[in-house]
Design a protein around this ligand. Sequence first.
Ligand SMILES: Nc1ncnc2c1ncn2[C@@H]1O[C@H](COP(=O)(O)OP(=O)(O)OP(=O)(O)O)[C@@H](O)[C@H]1O
Length: 572
Amino acid sequence: MTRFDLLRPARVPLAAAVALQTLAGLLTLLPLLALVAFTDAWIAGDPTPGTGVVVAAVAGPLGAALASAAATWLTHRADADLTWQLQRRLAAAVRRAPVPAVTGLGAARIKKVVHDDTAALHYLVAHTLLDATALVVTPVAGLIALTLIDVRLAVCALLPLGLGVWWYVRAMRGSGTNFAAYAGAQQRINTAIVDYVRGLPTAKIYGSPGGARTRYDGAVHTFHDFFRAWSRSTSAVTTASWLVVTPGVTAVLLAVVGGFGLALDRVSPAAFVAGVLLGPAISAPVAVAGPRLQAVRTGLSALASLADFLDQRRLTWGDTTPQAGGRVHVENVTYHYSDDRPVLHRVSFGLPERGLVALVGSSGSGKSTLASLLARFDDPASGRILLVGTDLRDLREAALYERIAYVFQDTDLRRATIRDNLTGGRPLDDGRVVEAARKAAVHDDILALPHGYDSVLGDDTDLSGGQRQRICLARALLREPALLVLDETLSALDPTTRTTLLATLHDQARHRAVLLITHQLHLVRDADRILVLDHGRLADDGTHPELLDRCTAYRTLAGAGPGTGVREGTTL
Ligand SMILES: Nc1ncnc2c1ncn2[C@@H]1O[C@H](COP(=O)(O)OP(=O)(O)OP(=O)(O)O)[C@@H](O)[C@H]1O
């Protein structure tokens, strides 16, 4: 997708707006030309302005104002529609993109694209396009008119313009690199402030030597130094380029040159008037070109950034609804994040219809990554994952999330009532909701909140990490999935609650498959099967006693180490 493809939906209203603004630019010159014609007639001895002159003098400004207003209305409407479409497309792109790709971008970059770039686009579409049209049409038409009246004065009117443009081009030399550096420096400030705010609690306690605060200060200083140096090197020339094209300078120049011509009888009075009136009209719009050009550049780079964002890889879904059940097969799955460092290597296993299966491994062995692939947050680099025989890529999206429910380490709850968080807005009866909350050992915690199940998270109350995880577990239980995937869900709990939840999971495992990811082996000793992940490879698959007997990685994980003779019954 090229950046201009993004403007395609708005091309008809924008073309109409440019046409109207062109008309407005031409009509602006009408009263000036009428004055020139009147001067001509007056010198020829007819001091009464003709009807044509009066009509032109009145209709010109009026028509210009109307055409310009209509053009502005069109561009604003086009912009509102375009922004609406873009923000929907951005939301869809975020939703369709692999999750690690989006989270890897960081909040600052996403905010820049969704807010800053669409705002810059607003300026480009709603304002800058019309400004640029006016900037071109009025000077060009004025120049043509003056050329037809007196070519020498037209050349004279071009002198300040030429000088101004030459100075401006000198000032802007290397600006491509500078604008890129400017945007990069601002982006670094955005990223640093987001990191700084996020790390505030840690920074308060431990300070942040070399941390986010230092990075923020560094980013601000770099931006300040860069911007001052850039301004210093260009301000004298840009000011000169702006001054020389101001209407006053051009008017004085043409009055002096035209006055000499008039005195020497080389220039007609009408041409003199035309020079003094049209000269400034040729150069004046150019005086405001600098900031406008900068806005155009900003708008174009926003377009490029938006196109880039919308072009990112997306996960597409099929339309297959597999047969009932939640039987999952992972076949030869290999995966790496964007840094290409392999995280999973040819992992294969199957999950049964029912039973508690544990996935264990040391920190960083790839457990959460595997869980995220089961949720199809991304696709394997090679290999495949099947749900009841269907590759996840061919599934209907809803079919996957109806069959499999997940509780991840980063608990995600909305700013909504506890009830809505549990039901996802579905009309479930209270009995079911309470039952799920009881099973997740969070019912009593909810009743203790100011408004019980109607407490609004973030407004009425907030929850501890463990409470949040149990709410997420209750939410998952309410889905009655065929497979329940739990990533370290029991890790932030007190022993009593953990025991209750373990009992719940064993009970759940009688009806469905439960995949419990953990590195706390004492939680999974009674699991029906245990998968051992070691540095991204499936080291073994068996029961606790079997693994203690034969799997070195499992024994190492148990803290027993190879060859220590640990057997079933050993406390881990
Ligand atoms: N978004 C990411 N981008 C790049 N690398 C990542 C990302 N997430 C995880 N990794 C890397 O992938 C590897 C596996 O991480 P993963 O979180 O899957 O391990 P884990 O076994 O779940 O660890 P833990 O028990 O500590 O949660 C690690 O080396 C980690 O640095």
